[in-house]
Design a protein around this ligand. Structure first.
Ligand code: NAD
Length: 366
């Protein structure tokens, strides 16, 4: 009963609030930011996260603690746990689901393929089944990924480009999600929006991502590896600042139309949308490191190494015309400014005496 009470309270809307959102992956990087933004507008938000050990759990706990202070309750549970999911939906009537929980990362998949199938396919279907069976059905918005473009050579990447040649297992599960989502949309009338995020960075970011380990290694005077392609070309990414991604997520929820089916019976065509959420400014990793050096006031020890064949693509570049039109999505933060925010957060969070000094000890993502 205490659990139900906490969930109901977290779902309550305040003045100005319209949505009641189940936000999965709430203790994650993107999830924690979006949940705070929604709560701030007055929307009701209930978080779900299994606090898995893919990267230091202390960081997830710290994010959840910050959210708790803002009145957001995060249920600790797995997407695949049908009982927990069903209990959540019988406790609260959710207008929207923002599904951000996933096994992320490209390299981890080389040795842990089933972790991706478990969360990104099994968990994904468990949640869609629940949404399909709930009356009224919520609208479903979720995180896809720029990785679905695989070895696409057409730049910038547009939503209609081919996505049938994933370059990693992670990408394959994200592509599978788009196919599954489309199927639930046209068979069961679920309103679906898939958001293809492009390399998201910022405060409270993910320790498994390169920018995070670059920062750590520069501070500690250790060498950093910069990958190079077979023709000495530099790896480039369309780095997108977290605040811009948050705006894209919120606007996707606001413009999602209701689902049209109930108990599996379709009553009309439901919305199905796919959007790129990127920055449209691909930056070579070397330039990225130079900006980091400037903010950290310290030189990096650069090691240029050939790109390992673990599923990373050489470059990403989003065409965001579609999101601009439909969502009013307009990324505002350039890399200089965004990295300044990240470095400031990093230095505070991992400052001596903060209690987080040991969180990343011995943690080498590559
Ligand atoms: P994250 O790892 O920080 O957050 C994901 C959260 O989901 C984690 O807290 C994890 O504990 C939780 N989770 C994982 N499996 C779960 C399960 N089975 N049940 C319950 N909770 C589970 O990652 P993020 O960077 O915040 O990414 C959010 C979403 O965006 C993910 O779907 C990711 O694939 C996608 N995405 C992220 C990026 C990026 O650059 N950060 C780029 C493209 C796509």
């Amino acid at each position: 009963a205490a659990w139900e009470k906490a969930v109901r309270k977290s779902a309550q809307r305040k003045e100005g609030g319209r949505l009641v959102v189940l936000l999965t992956g709430a203790a994650g990087f993107v999830g924690s930011h979006v949940s705070l933004a929604l709560k701030d507008r007055g929307d009701g938000v209930v978080g779900l996260d299994n606090f898995n050990h893919y990267y230091p759990v202390a960081l997830k706990r710290a994010r959840a603690a910050k959210m708790k202070k803002a009145g957001i309750f995060t249920v600790e549970g797995d997407l695949n746990d049908q009982k927990v999911i069903a209990r959540l939906f019988s406790t609260v009537t959710f207008t929207h689901v923002l599904h951000l929980a996933a096994q992320a990362g490209v390299r981890y998949a080389v040795h842990n393929p089933l972790a991706y199938v478990h969360s990104n396919v099994g968990g994904f279907v468990t949640l869609l089944e629940q949404c399909k069976n709930t009356v009224p059905q919520p609208a479903f918005v979720y995180a896809s990924s720029s990785s679905v473009y695989g070895l696409n050579s057409k730049v910038p990447f547009s939503e209609d480009d081919r996505t049938d040649h994933p370059a990693s297992l992670y990408a394959a599960t994200k592509k599978a999600d788009e196919v599954l989502a489309h199927t639930y949309n046209h068979i069961y009338g679920l309103s679906i929006t898939a958001l293809r995020f492009f390399t998201v960075y910022g405060p409270w970011g993910r320790p498994d991502m390169a920018y995070f380990s670059f920062t750590k290694n520069i501070i500690e005077g250790r060498p950093i590896k910069i990958f190079q392609g077979p023709n000495h070309e530099e790896l480039a990414r369309d780095f997108t600042f977290i605040d811009d991604i948050v705006k894209g997520c919120v606007s996707s929820l606001d413009t999602a139309t209701p689902s049209t089916g109930s108990r599996g019976k379709k009553r009309g065509k439901a919305q199905f949308r796919i959007f790129n959420l990127g920055n449209t400014q691909p930056v070579p990793v070397g330039r990225f490191v130079s900006i980091l050096e400037k903010h950290l006031k310290k030189k990096a020890i650069r090691e240029i190494v050939p790109m390992p064949s673990t599923g990373d693509v050489m470059f990403t570049h989003a065409n965001i015309t579609k999101a601009q039109r439909a969502l009013g999505y307009n990324p505002q933060t350039d890399l200089e400014t965004g990295l300044k925010h990240f470095v400031k957060w990093y230095q505070t969070y991992y400052a001596k005496g903060s209690g987080h000094e040991d969180t990343l000890k011995g943690y080498m993502p590559f």
